[in-house]
Design a protein around this ligand. Structure first.
Ligand code: PXG
Length: 449
């Protein structure tokens, strides 16, 4: 075979014209391409920009790099796997890594959640979970249970299933009639009642009772599942009121409705426990994850299901496919290698415990921003913070976005949604990083227009 030239690597600089072809996701494309913000390297708590500056990562990439960047243990596992077996067919064939990763995950899971369906992203995990919920009821002879219940301000990715149960207007309004048969619980965010709460707010558990009204309207025999984020991330860090998740669990139990926790951001140590289900002591019937499952290195999502759900499908002829669902890359060898190495690293370094121990120092730092100009709320849980700014009249999002740009110039990566700053650093963060992060952020906020 003819020797090829060496594969090309991304170039060290980009002209404006080089940037046209890439249609960037969830990005103001024209604005970005005029003033690009490009990263070229990452290590532990920092990114390196294309012009050689160090940027402290206050967001673990996008809530995914929980063990910090470019950890050799994970990098080596991926390198080894890609050189040994790049791909194995996912349907009617297998490879050991997928079974090993599923087994390891099953051992971490709370309650009797102990089976794993692999996908490639949070969006796919959510669509898979919703499909499993409907098919589960059908397999049990309750095929009328098809309705799905999400929540206002919920984010469950961008598939049609996810935006249907999701509760973010701009993510829904352009995309037609979406799924039929979806209702939404009210969100729990209320600054009059809960501003500047530390950890779980006191007010709002009663909002779970809205599920009773939805059941009364449609009858439980028509409802398949409720899906919520235990802590909503993308819509600006909405922390569940004390008792709220417990009530949702109780109402679902009462009516035989499946409860799905979307733990794409809360999974893998973000709250100082393996999953939010462990943290809150509320065990759902299914959990969706992505992001931290591979430390953000190789795309992977998964649905965790209870024994009883899996067993319900394992009937009928042994040679029949039990669930007509799956992806070419379900359990991709590289994602599995990355996942196994990631879980080893989390365990070896005790990172979930570390996050738990760091949470009180983090909390003090978050609430030190109270009293700064425009800061109308600070809230925190585990290694998550939400800092809500007063909007510029007539220009929602503008103030927080300006804050984001100025932080980036000051060597700090934050994430904003609306006028809310969301922070979710790698779990390896040290106290001096926390001081640096909030010190810089405070200076930027003080100078905001
Ligand atoms: N569910 C939840 C709860 C999420 O947070 C998804 C599903 C979708 O995952 P994928 O892998 O399909 O993107 C997410 C994704 C942010 C931000 O800044 C959050 C997400 C993605 C991008 C940005 O808050 N969460």
């Amino acid at each position: 075979m003819q020797e090829l030239t060496r594969p090309s690597t991304p170039s060290a600089s980009l002209a404006r014209s080089d940037m046209e072809a890439f249609w960037m996701p969830f990005t103001a494309n024209r604005q970005f391409k005029e003033h690009p913000r490009l990263f070229v390297a990452a290590k532990d708590m920092h990114y390196t920009t294309i012009d050689g500056r160090q940027v402290l990562d206050g967001t673990a990439g996008l809530w995914c790099v929980n063990a910090g960047h470019c950890r050799p243990h994970i990098v080596e596992a991926i390198q080894r796997q890609v050189a040994t077996m790049d791909y194995a067919p996912a349907f009617q064939m297998g490879h050991p890594g997928a079974f090993q990763l599923a087994d390891r995950l099953a051992k971490m899971l709370p309650g009797d959640l102990n089976h794993v369906f692999f996908a490639n992203s949070g969006s796919e995990a959510v669509d898979s979970a919703l499909k499993i919920a409907i098919a589960y009821h059908r397999a049990k002879g309750e095929g009328t249970r098809q309705r799905l219940i999400g929540r206002e301000r919920g984010y469950h990715g961008v598939g049609f299933g996810g935006i249907s149960v999701g509760g973010i207007g701009p993510n829904r309004k352009f995309f037609g009639s979406l799924l039929n048969g979806v209702d939404h619980l009210p969100h729990t965010h209320n600054l009059q009642e809960n501003a500047f709460s530390r950890q779980q707010p006191e007010w709002g558990a009663h909002l779970a009772d809205e599920l009773e009204r939805i059941v009364a309207l449609h009858d439980a025999s028509n409802i398949a599942a409720v899906i919520v984020e235990p802590v909503a991330g993308s819509t600006g860090v909405l922390i569940p009121p004390k008792g709220y998740l417990e009530r949702l669990r109780a109402i679902c139990d009462k009516y035989g409705i499946l409860l799905i926790f979307d733990e794409v951001i809360t999974g893998f140590g973000r709250l100082g426990a393996s999953f939010a289900a462990d943290y809150f002591g509320v065990i759902p019937d299914m959990i969706t994850v992505a992001k931290g499952i591979t430390n953000g290195t190789i795309p992977m999502g998964a649905v965790f299901v209870r024994q009883e759900i899996y067993d319900t499908f394992m009937t009928g002829p042994e040679n029949a496919i039990e669930l007509a669902h799956g992806y070419t890359y379900s359990g991709h060898p590289m994602a599995c290698a990355a996942g196994l190495a990631t879980l080893e690293l989390y365990e070896q370094e005790g990172l979930f415990q570390r996050a738990n121990e760091m949470a009180s120092y983090w909390e003090e730092a978050v609430h030190s921003l109270k009293g700064l100009p425009y800061v109308i709320d600070t809230r925190n849980l585990g290694l998550i913070a939400g800092i809500e700014l007063e909007s510029i009249p007539g220009k929602p999002t503008a103030r927080a976005f300006e804050c984001f740009l100025r932080c980036f110039e000051q060597g700090l990566l934050i994430r904003t949604t609306g006028d809310i700053i969301a922070l979710s650093p790698p779990l390896i963060i040290e106290k001096h990083h926390i001081d640096e992060l909030f010190g810089r952020l405070a200076e930027v906020i003080k100078g905001l227009p």
